[in-house]
Design a protein around this ligand. Structure first.
Ligand SMILES: Cc1cc2nc3c(=O)[nH]c(=O)nc-3n(C[C@H](O)[C@H](O)[C@H](O)COP(=O)(O)OP(=O)(O)OC[C@H]3O[C@@H](n4cnc5c(N)ncnc54)[C@H](O)[C@@H]3O)c2cc1C
Length: 422
């Protein structure tokens, strides 16, 4: 694979032929995560498509001219013209292959794909999920000299990496930016020597065989597996919700209510979490407007009574959010009355959404004992109903889901596992 500079851009890229160009930076974890995939694919597709790298920091003028705003960014060219979609951030092997495949005829692709050789690697422990739970388990296992691989469908960090500020993780006097806290956790575990396979597709998880297949061809085997795949909050589907997650929209009252001292918030939901969390938020906020899609709450009676007696509450039933927009420091929530169809705009300082969470267990849920909400049951060592399969963090059946509780689970699992290796 060739490294070019801005001077060679015209001759190497803007000429007949097919090119994929990687704008990378140093001290860039997503660039590191991409490097081995890019190298590997260059061996496979390299006779047909030129694989080039360019160091973004030293070729800034060109990067700006091409409107490359983050590292890594992959650009695809055919006969000097940029084609397809640019890829950036946590780039998956399958995304690159998708773009490369668009550049070649089917017959040639068949020949190339025939060269892909399945690979098998062996570890002591596979950790599925590199959030705080998985990263802590990885750190303890690595420090016990247990050969561990960390596998994640995204970049390391978990939910913390998308959290604006974390003020309740011990050891820091000032609130920490979520991305920084998760970056530090990840680097600490990586520096110890844990192998990372991140931004991958999980093709198959076989808990009985202790085997995980990633990117369709790479089989990883181990003696034990730690499941640390966390949860995904249910989304309302309203316009703007995804973009404003962590930037005005929160899914955690314990984490964020304190930032709304004497401010007004909107809460979406009407089940136990929404009602109990609204009560908690009202200790800080001056006004809490709850928006619920049904004509009454589904939360338990005691919690409801407390909410109805709370003078800070404003309750809107039979309504759903349709759009969220940020207007300066304010959040605008457009809600629709499901009976009349009328739309109104609620102006607030922040929005909380509590319409349930989903544990990320789709690939292995049939095999494990789960609680009634679908979370994985584990014992005091974090071992699940299957021997040598552990579960830690938010994906487990528990009452409180926080960074500290995930980190604690990771510690317990790793210490219990380490005992079995010595
Ligand atoms: C917006 C927001 C703000 C928050 N703020 C705070 C706060 O201030 N303080 C606090 O203590 N807690 C906070 N929390 C809660 C905290 O983030 C979680 O409790 C914590 O991250 C749980 O860690 P975890 O390792 O169990 O899971 P996660 O952090 O969810 O990490 C799970 C990881 O698993 C990966 N994954 C998912 N599926 C698979 C799969 N099939 N295979 C492999 N990998 C997979 C994901 O990509 C992810 O990286 C917040 C949560 C949210 C959503």
């Amino acid at each position: 694979m060739k490294e070019i500079t801005a001077k060679e851009f015209s001759s190497d890229v803007l000429n007949p032929g097919k090119v994929v160009l990687d704008f990378y930076s140093t001290e860039c974890p997503p660039c590191e995560a991409l490097a081995s995939k890019f190298e590997d694919l260059s061996k496979l597709y390299g006779n047909d498509i030129k694989f080039l790298k360019i160091y973004r920091q030293q070729n800034r003028v060109l990067a700006d001219k091409l409107d490359v705003k983050s590292s890594p960014t992959l650009l695809f060219y055919n006969d000097g013209k940029e084609i397809g979609e640019r890829l950036s951030g946590g780039i998956k092997r399958s995304d690159i292959i998708h773009n490369l495949d668009l550049m070649l005829p089917d017959a040639r692709l068949k020949e190339i794909k025939a060269q892909i050789k399945p690979s098998v690697s062996e570890f002591d422990v596979i950790i599925l999920g590199a959030g705080p739970g998985g990263l802590t388990a990885g750190l303890y296992l690595c420090q016990s000299k247990i050969n561990t691989v960390m596998v994640d469908i995204a970049l390391p960090g978990g939910q913390v990496s998308t959290t604006h500020e974390v003020s309740n993780y011990p050891g820091f006097i000032e609130p920490q930016a979520g991305y920084l806290l998760s970056h530090n956790m990840s680097e600490q575990t990586k520096l110890c020597g844990t192998v990372y396979k991140v931004a991958v597709d999980i093709t198959k998880v076989d808990l009985a065989k202790k085997e995980v297949v990633i990117d369709e061809y790479e089989t990883i085997r181990a003696k034990k597996i730690v499941i640390a795949t966390g949860t995904t909050p249910n989304l309302t589907g309203a316009i703007g919700e995804k973009a404003l997650k962590g930037k005005g929209i929160s899914y955690c009252a314990t984490c964020d209510a304190k930032f709304f001292d004497n401010k007004e918030v909107v809460v979406i939901g009407g089940g136990n979490s929404a009602v109990e969390e609204s009560d908690f938020i009202s200790r800080f906020a001056s006004k809490v407007t709850m928006v619920h899609q049904l004509e009454k709450f589904t939360a338990n009676k005691k919690a409801q009574d407390k909410i109805f007696a709370n003078p800070k509450m404003n309750i809107i039933f039979n309504s759903e959010p349709r759009a969220f927009v940020k207007d300066g420091d304010k959040m605008v929530s457009e809600i629709e009355n499901l009976i009349t169809g009328e739309r109104t705009k609620l102006i607030s300082d922040g929005v909380f959404i509590f319409i349930g969470m989903k544990p990320n267990i789709d690939l292995f849920k049939d095999k494990l004992q789960l609680d009634q909400w679908g979370y994985i049951k584990s014992d005091e060592n974090m071992q699940t109903s299957i021997s040598d399969i552990y579960a830690v963090g938010d994906v487990t059946s528990k009452k409180y889901r926080q960074i500290t509780t995930a980190v604690a689970d990771g510690t317990i699992a790793a210490m219990a596992i380490a005992k079995d290796f010595f």
